[in-house]
Design a protein around this ligand. Structure first.
Ligand code: SF4
Ligand code: SF4
Ligand code: SF4
Length: 188
């Protein structure tokens, strides 16, 4: 038979355990929903892991950004829109003139010298954005408008028949996203 004192003790212990459970679940939920600064920055990056920013991947670049070690205009595939988004997250103005520089910078794209290509398909398998097409044992080619110039295919080609070329700036490949142009001068 359980005495009233024992009953009181069990009820108090159950109450404490219940309150602890609630507290733990609240803390767990909060840590899941609250993203750290570098997580938010990484989410804004394209996730291509091409290292053109000078860091081994998007995560490393995001951490360096969060630590204030680098400016937010280094992600080549991301372009001016990403510069602006990163600056918004960091609560700073985008670096002066950089978005215009990126806007007017000629695009770089991969180019396959078809006469040397054996159609092994290795480049296509490694392209992160599926910008290379071609049947096995047939010369492959790059869909220039899809290519983000990450350079991964160059490392994979056993024939060394891929190179990065610079496209001439033309109406066809101009960045028509007018939102990405920042007006940096003018009379006040
Ligand atoms: S350049 Fe951009 S996409 Fe490439 S690794 Fe750096 S942050 Fe990622
Ligand atoms: S450089 Fe090569 S691997 Fe990278 S996006 Fe262009 S075609 Fe694909
Ligand atoms: S890796 Fe080189 S040889 Fe193989 S399909 Fe691609 S371009 Fe051609």
């Amino acid at each position: 038979m359980i005495s009233p004192v024992e009953l009181q003790f069990i009820a108090a212990a159950a109450g404490i355990l219940f309150a602890l459970g609630l507290l733990l679940s609240f803390l767990a939920r909060r840590s899941l929903t609250e993203k750290s600064l570098d997580q938010k920055l990484e989410q804004a990056l394209p996730g291509v892991q091409c290292a053109q920013c000078g860091y081994p991947g998007c995560s490393a670049y995001a951490k360096a950004l969060a630590a204030g070690e680098v400016t937010c205009d280094k992600c080549v595939p991301g372009g001016p829109d990403t510069v602006k988004e990163l600056a918004d997250i960091l609560g700073i103005d985008p670096p002066a003139d950089e978005s215009e520089e990126m806007l007017f910078a000629p695009r770089r794209v991969a180019f396959i010298h078809q006469s040397l290509c054996t159609g092994c398909h290795r480049c296509a398998r490694h392209c992160p954005v599926d910008a290379i097409v071609g049947d096995i044992k047939q010369p492959h080619q790059v869909i220039a408008r899809e290519c983000i110039a990450c350079g991964d295919c160059l490392k994979q080609c056993p024939e060394e028949c891929i190179e990065l070329i610079t496209e001439d700036l033309s109406l066809k490949n101009f960045n028509w996203n007018i939102q990405s142009i920042r007006i940096t001068g003018g009379a006040k």
